[in-house]
Ligand binder design. Structure first.
Ligand code: COA
Length: 105
């Protein structure tokens, strides 16, 4: 987990995990969640967190880093493209039941 701080508060959060893959014969990293406090968006905080995630994934020997977002989240898709990600896979999902998250974009 990476966090961005101002003088005293957490203003951004990125969670990532890594896993070995048979496909690559090496580890792959996945950015799980990324959120920047609304008041701090558009100031480079998200990109800085992603840059640090790239560095951390490299340190851990990953050969790639992946991220997924809802296909309706156009802003995040543009943001990730700007960070150097390209669309390589299709992620399929089956809804099991409603979650309890209270996060709002
Ligand atoms: C997506 C999110 C993390 C971006 O964080 P941010 O701190 O606002 O983004 P940055 O200021 O670091 O932007 C980095 C670059 O992406 C571009 N970018 C950011 N938002 C963009 C948007 N909506 N449309 C187009 N480009 C965008 C910026 O212009 C900037 O470009 P530059 O480096 O060439 O100047 C933030 O908007 C957020 O928390 N959104 C809600 C949660 C979410 O959707 N998370 C992603 C899903 S997992």
């Amino acid at each position: 987990m990476l966090v961005a701080l101002d003088e005293k508060n957490i203003i951004g959060l990125l969670t990532m995990w890594t896993r070995p893959t048979l496909l690559h014969g090496a580890k792959s990293a996945l950015i799980d969640e990324l959120v920047v406090d609304k008041a701090y968006r558009g100031r480079g905080v998200g990109k800085e967190l992603v840059k640090n995630a790239f560095a951390e994934a490299k340190l851990r020997g990953c050969v790639e880093i992946e991220v997924s977002t809802e296909k309706t989240n156009r802003k995040a898709i543009e943001f990730y493209r700007n960070c150097g990600f390209a669309e390589e896979h299709v992620l399929l999902e089956k809804k099991m039941r409603k979650g309890f998250g209270r996060f709002k974009r």
